[in-house]
Ligand binder design. Structure first.
Ligand code: CP3
Length: 345
């Protein structure tokens, strides 16, 4: 197996920097759209053979150095009883949003092995599919952070501002704390189960932590993220934290027990390195929109990114998920540029 990604994630010296892309399995690939034409999104998530197929697609078709399990962060609140649904064109929503203490009472802590066992099955199937490739790569598992899951759960779906969550955080912080603790307990079982099933690294997605000031993030969101990361410490798998809109949170993120910090595209990695200190591996952070522009410009920006991140361990990635409008050739050009230019660091 190519363990380039795992060695870089542990901060070891490598022959070149590894590259993968957030949301690399998805709608920009015709081969993904062909699978989705046959099944809805949740059925896809619950069918291990199909999960394995779409998880392997970007490894085979784009040449990335790591696979990320095909699943969704919202499967955890679904397992709590929130009733996740994806209505075509509308994005995700919950039939039973939770907006107060009475709402928490309507959730139930599930037996994760039963409620999310289909994810663990999918991991085992995907590991076998990866092992059958000519050049196997490691498999990344993931979960959402409790704050980010609470954002969707309180809103009942997507939003840009999450007024229900923010109102609750000021009105009844102790009540919200109970919801976050419940999500944290389930997430710990979930990520430990993923590692046991074969996930070789875990990434936590904090998509909406950037709604908070650093002081409020440290108080409301961080203790729960820290508890999940600490639970993973004994497994030895690299722990990655991605936080979007989080330049102001970097000093706090650097205090987390995570090996890798994944940075969005708004902060140069040289600056991130200065703030996070030499002990952290950085991941990121090309603007995903750059893949929508011409290839020569994309190559120039990739070279500049590699330059900015020089001087420490670096996993090359985008600053957020790849756009579904991206031409697969441009995704391949990005990966090729890293493979040609990403050495030595
Ligand atoms: O390739 C991969 O990255 C692995 C699979 C993955 C998906 N979602 C598949 C998906 C991962 C890691 C996620 C994480 C996720 N899901 C996040 C955190 C990362 C981020 O983007 O900040 C969030 C916030 C979600 C919640 C979610 N899932 C939304 C808001 C949506 C709708 C918006 C959209 O992009 O369509 C989804 C659906 C979703 N999750 C799709 C995919 C491939 C599109 C579904 C489809 O095929 O129709």
């Amino acid at each position: 197996m190519s363990d380039l990604f795992l060695r870089e994630a542990r901060g070891e010296a490598t022959e070149r920097r590894p590259v993968w892309m957030m949301r690399q399995a998805g709608r920009y690939l015709a081969e993904y759209r062909a699978v989705r034409a046959e099944v809805d999104f949740l059925t896809l998530c619950r069918t291990p053979d199909l999960v394995a197929e779409v998880t392997v697609q970007p490894v085979r078709l784009v040449g990335v150095d790591a696979a990320i399990l095909f699943a969704d962060i919202l499967l955890v609140p679904d397992a709590l009883g929130a009733g996740l649904q994806f209505v075509q064109g509308d994005g995700p929503s919950f039939r039973n949003p939770v907006r107060d203490r009475a709402g928490i009472g309507r959730l139930a802590k599930p037996d994760v092995g039963k409620a999310l066992g289909y994810v663990f099955d999918a991991i085992r199937t995907t590991r076998r599919a990866l092992a059958a490739l000519p050049d196997p790569v490691p498999l990344i598992g993931f979960a959402g952070t409790p704050w980010t899951l609470a954002a969707y759960l309180t809103q009942g779906g997507g939003s840009q501002t999450y007024p229900h969550l923010l109102a609750w955080s000021y009105r009844d912080p102790e009540g919200l704390e109970r919801l976050l603790s419940l999500i944290t307990d389930v997430t710990i079982d979930y990520v430990l189960g993923q590692v046991e099933a074969g996930a070789q690294a875990i990434q936590l997605f904090d998509t909406w932590g950037g709604l908070l000031s650093e002081e409020r993030w440290r108080g409301l969101a961080m203790p729960h993220v820290a508890r999940i990361l600490e639970a993973l410490a004994g497994t030895g798998v690299p722990r990655i934290v991605f936080a979007r809109g989080s330049a102001h949170l970097l000093p706090a993120l650097a205090d987390l027990p995570a090996e890798v910090l994944s940075i969005d595209w708004t902060l140069p990695l040289s600056e991130a390195r200065r703030i996070a200190g030499p002990g952290k591996v950085l991941q990121g952070n090309l603007d995903p929109a750059a893949l929508l522009g011409p290839v020569d410009e994309l190559e120039r920006l990739t070279a500049r990114l590699l330059e900015e991140a020089a001087g420490g361990p670096h996993i090359v990635n985008l600053g957020h998920g790849i756009f579904k409008q991206t031409a697969p050739d441009h995704a391949r050009a990005f990966v090729r540029a890293v493979k040609e230019l990403g050495q030595p660091r």
